[in-house]
Design a protein around this ligand. Structure first.
Ligand SMILES: Nc1ncnc2c1ncn2[C@@H]1O[C@H](COP(=O)(O)OP(=O)(O)OP(=O)(O)O)[C@@H](O)[C@H]1O
Ligand SMILES: [Mg+2]
Length: 574
């Protein structure tokens, strides 16, 4: 459900930095005092009398002090402000990251990595900019404007009226330009998103692109978007240039009007020249705040949009939660049971698993086989509660897994994925991920059990060898064995082994088989097999077809029945 958000919700994030925030406000007030004082003191210099030299020097000293005060305050305001912004940004990012760690697989199935990355970086950057600038700028602008107006009216009311008369024109022009700005910026942002996702797709798929020799096609596609982005920037440049030119002209004309009116007043002795000079200085203070005020609404809208995207993620609750009343059992035997389990992925109404009932005795090796897309990997992911069964129950040692602590449950299960994921780090990190506190000896033992130690030792940097993004620097078989070593280190009582579909060469196959046999010993094992010859010796086999169990039995039973399994087996042999 989409909720409406306001920037007020961000207030709790300010609380931690309350002291700094208050300090900054005080500094802003002090700075405005200094700024307003300078023209007033300057005005005094014109009333110099030759026998009052000390007084004159006093005024000059006062001006210098006010300038120093203004400079120091400006430095502190910017420094403290940016510190508050950066601190809040990192707090927001921490909360977002922590939340993303909890969201379920189903969330990641439907949300693009690139977009989530943009949330973590660009959006939070925009948000933090708005957060620390908005309140300070608003206060700064309003007080500067107010100070200037009060002094100007106090000095000469008719001239002050002449000075503020043309301001609505500047405001109107500013609002018009901002609207155009917003439109173009929106286009630019959308184009950046497209450029990023095209780049991400092409770079991630560069091997595919090059092997199909599709570079030219990719280039044409990219160039189209790139050009469009460029045109949007041209339009933005036009708007920016016309606004800047207008403001320049406006300031000059505004200055001229005051000079004409002021000089006539001086000539006719209505206004001392000193007041005119001070007055001119104040009019300069008015233009800048007007420009800032005009961009506030825009900045606020941008900040709010970024915040809404941030809050939208925090609003997404993980569907799979831990039952607070769940207590971890003392012992795990490893009996698994599926009772009439059905399942459909979120957002689809196609049932991927249909009324599946099966049982696995503790310590047994059970094979799940069947055609591609039959739902075998899906069934495996239900056991770890990566997804929740739509109907039916899954029991571990007779207890519904929903009634067991989620973290505890996942600790009991070791999964070797069909496409194992390796982190872009060292082999040591990748194996150690199974149990981060493992000793070097334990790491080596796990690698040995997985039949990968010899290979690791043959590398010049051994365990410290970097594997590259998603393990690209290793062969498919090596990646699989590293992910097996990781599970050895975890040492769970239940194993789910999703065999890779890509076939391995004979030597890798032998090494894998040995590693698998070690791994399965004494543990409840679900093995999803694509080559039926690898699971001939399983204790029991379930044959899946379109989400249902078509047949089940031992290899010999199923062969004797000459049904679907027999057919699949014979296909594999030919
Ligand atoms: N994350 C997902 N979101 C939506 N549908 C999915 C998702 N993952 C898989 N599916 C669909 O669910 C069905 C079962 O997929 P599953 O991966 O369980 O098949 P499988 O039996 O493991 O196949 P294979 O032998 O090819 O690995 C497929 O039709 C697939 O398109
Ligand atoms: Mg699969």
């Amino acid at each position: 459900m989409k909720q409406n958000h306001t920037l007020k919700e961000i207030v709790p994030y300010y609380r931690t930095y309350k002291r700094k925030f208050v300090t900054n406000i005080a500094l802003i007030i002090l700075r405005i005092g200094c700024v307003t004082l300078i023209p007033l003191l300057t005005r005094q210099l014109f009333y110099f009398q030759p026998d009052h030299t000390w007084e004159y020097l006093g005024w000059v000293g006062g001006i210098i002090l006010a300038i120093v005060g203004m400079v120091w305050c400006s430095y502190e305001i910017i420094r403290v402000g940016k510190e508050i912004g950066a601190s809040i940004e990192s707090d927001l990012r921490r909360d977002l990251f922590a939340h993303l760690q909890k969201l379920n697989f189903s969330y990641y199935d439907t949300h693009k990595t690139g977009h989530l990355m943009a949330r973590m970086t660009n959006d939070l950057g925009t948000l933090s900019g708005t957060l620390h600038q908005l309140p300070e700028d608003l206060l700064n602008t309003l007080l500067t404007l107010l100070g200037a107006l009060v002094v100007m009216f106090w000095m000469n009311t008719p001239l002050a009226l002449i000075a503020i008369l043309p301001l609505p024109v500047a405001v109107w022009m500013g609002i018009r330009s901002k609207k155009k700005f917003k439109m173009h910026s929106h286009r630019i942002r959308a184009d950046i998103g497209r450029i990023n996702s095209t780049m991400e797709n092409s770079i991630m798929g560069i091997r595919e692109v090059q092997s199909f020799a599709n570079e030219a096609m990719q280039m044409v596609e990219f160039e189209k978007i790139n050009r469009r982005f460029c045109t949007a920037k041209f339009d933005l440049a036009k708007t920016a240039a016309s606004y800047a030119a207008f403001m320049l002209g406006f300031m000059r004309v505004h200055g001229l009007m005051i000079t004409v009116a002021g000089s006539l007043m001086c000539v006719f002795h209505q206004l001392p020249i000193a007041d005119l000079i001070a007055f001119m200085m104040y009019t300069r203070f008015m233009i800048m705040p007007i420009e800032r005020l005009v961009s506030f609404s825009d900045q606020y809208a941008q900040g709010l949009a970024a915040f809404e995207r941030f809050a939208e993620i925090l609003d997404t609750q993980p569907e799979i939660k831990q039952d607070p009343a769940a207590i971890p059992p003392e012992q795990v035997k490893g009996a698994l049971q599926f009772n009439q389990v059905s399942f459909a992925y979120d957002g689809t109404d196609r049932t991927v698993l249909n009324d599946v009932t099966l049982a696995v005795e503790p310590g047994a090796i059970i094979a799940l086989v069947g055609e591609s897309g039959a739902g075998k990997s899906t069934l495996a992911s239900l056991v770890s509660r990566f997804y929740e069964a739509t109907t039916g129950r899954i029991l571990l040692d007779g207890t519904d897994i929903k009634k067991q602590p989620l973290y505890w449950l996942r600790q009991q299960i070791g999964v070797v994925q069909q496409v194992p994921f390796l982190f872009d780090s060292s082999i040591r990190y990748n194996i150690g991920f199974g149990r981060p506190d493992a000793t070097e000896a334990e790491l080596r033992e796990a690698a040995k059990q997985a039949n990968i130690l010899e290979f690791i030792d043959s590398l010049p940097e051994g365990m410290d060898t970097m594997v590259g993004e998603q393990g690209v620097m290793l062969s498919g078989g090596q990646r699989q064995r590293i992910s097996i070593a990781r599970v050895f280190l975890k040492n769970p009582p239940i194993i789910i082994f999703d065999e890779a579909t890509s076939s391995l060469d004979n030597e890798s196959e032998r090494l894998m088989q040995e590693a698998m046999n070690h791994l399965f010993k004494g543990r409840t094992t679900l093995i999803i097999a694509h080559r039926l010859s690898t699971v001939k010796h399983a204790d029991y086999t379930y044959v899946f077809r379109e989400g249902c169990i078509e047949e089940s039995g031992t290899h010999d039973d199923l062969m004797a029945a000459e049904g679907y399994y027999h057919q699949l087996y014979m296909q594999g042999q030919s």
